[in-house]
Design a protein. Structure first.
Length: 166
């Protein structure tokens, strides 16, 4: 009987420690998401400034060849802005997926602290229920599209040998 109590106490200590690690990971993930959101807002404000500057430049009346140079430069700026907006949309979907992971980690942490779950059979059922919730939430968000994957690959390739935006 004392051995079983000792084993049960040891198992509970492992579960509590596991929960502590989940807390730490969820907190780190939450901090990273908040930082990324702040950075994206800053980038968005910069885009608005660039669009305003582009509109001002496009409105300048001048003779050729300067007029063609300005128009070509404005077109390049516009193309770059469009590409950046696509990248930010990819980031937004990525952030949504990370938020789902964080929520799942928090639910697992709460489950570990739930004293009403006692037997191994109850634990297995509770974990299977959590898996079903996680799968349903992931399906609601939708699977990663081939476009998401292609944009992710493009962003990775573009970051090699250049300044990383994200």
């Amino acid at each position: 009987m004392a051995h079983e109590e000792s084993e049960s106490a040891a198992l509970r200590a492992v579960v509590v420690e596991f929960g502590r690690h989940l807390d730490m990971l969820a907190e780190q993930l939450g901090g990273a998401l908040m930082e990324a959101d702040r950075d994206c807002c800053s980038v968005g404000e910069s885009f608005h400034d660039l669009v305003a500057a582009r509109s001002t430049i496009e409105g300048i009346s001048c003779a050729e060849p300067e007029r063609s140079v300005l128009r070509n430069s404005c077109k390049r700026i516009g193309d770059s802005l469009e590409a950046a907006v696509v990248a930010l949309q990819y980031h937004d979907r990525f952030a949504q997926r990370l938020a789902l992971v964080r929520t799942a980690l928090n639910r697992l942490r709460k489950l570990l602290h739930d004293r009403s779950v006692g037997s191994y059979t109850e634990w297995l059922q509770a974990l299977r229920d959590e898996e079903q919730i996680n799968r349903a939430e992931q399906q609601r968000l939708g699977p990663p599209t081939s476009h998401d994957q292609a944009v992710g690959a493009q962003l990775h390739a573009a970051s090699i040998g250049s300044v990383e935006l994200f």
